[in-house]
Design a binder for this molecule. Structure first.
Ligand code: 5GP
Length: 182
């Protein structure tokens, strides 16, 4: 694990996916997307902040012309998927082939809301690529075209995902000790 000292952080329980395993998944997804979107007008969209690490790697594994754009949302109220857009896209997506790139999908409520907003803007197509999927907890019925790996119902950090703003820079996906999660 190339001497990454956060690995010895007492909060971290273990490695669920190593950086090498994640890299293999990203290459596989990139190849699939390259085949599926050849000749189309691909716009990758991700949700800040968690998705940016995956997006950075995924976009370089796609061998096609494409554009990148970002949204930021914040949840309000407790649960229920009520979210507010705090940063909207810079570009128009009407008529384009939009692929939403997510780090992880849990209940799917956030994504469900996001997709309903994007659909109103009349993209030519709208699809989802998530690196990790906790599908056991899914509440919203979502079509997810590209899934990197299904993971168990554990809170994870690393590779863009945080706990209280930290651990996003871990190059691997880690689980936390149960005591940390209360
Ligand atoms: P959902 O609306 O699908 O329940 O939640 C989606 C968002 O919650 C993800 O984009 C991510 O920001 C956050 N999330 C869900 N599960 C985890 C997790 O295990 N770890 C971290 N750090 N964030 C998570």
């Amino acid at each position: 694990m190339s001497g990454y000292h956060a690995f010895h952080d007492p909060v971290i329980e273990g490695v669920l996916y190593s950086s090498e395993e994640i890299a293999d998944i990203v290459v596989r997804l990139g190849k699939q997307i390259t085949e599926d979107y050849r000749g189309r007008d691909l716009a990758l969209i991700t949700v800040l902040r968690g998705g940016y690490v995956f997006l950075a790697d995924l976009c370089r594994a796609i061998d096609l012309p494409l554009s990148l754009d970002f949204m930021a949302i914040s949840a309000y109220g407790a649960g229920g998927g009520a979210v507010r857009i705090t940063k909207d896209l810079d570009d128009q997506i009407e008529g384009r082939d939009v692929l939403v790139v997510e780090d992880i999908i849990d209940t799917g409520l956030t994504l469900n809301y996001l997709l309903s907003v994007l659909r109103q803007r009349k993209p030519a197509s709208l699809a989802v690529c998530t690196l990790f999927d906790k599908d056991i907890r899914r509440l919203a019925d979502l079509p997810i075209e590209y899934v990197g790996a299904r993971i168990p119902d554990r809170f994870v950090v690393g590779y863009g995902m945080d706990l209280g703003g930290r651990y996003r820079n871990l190059p691997f996906l880690a689980t936390l000790h149960d005591e940390v999660m209360g």
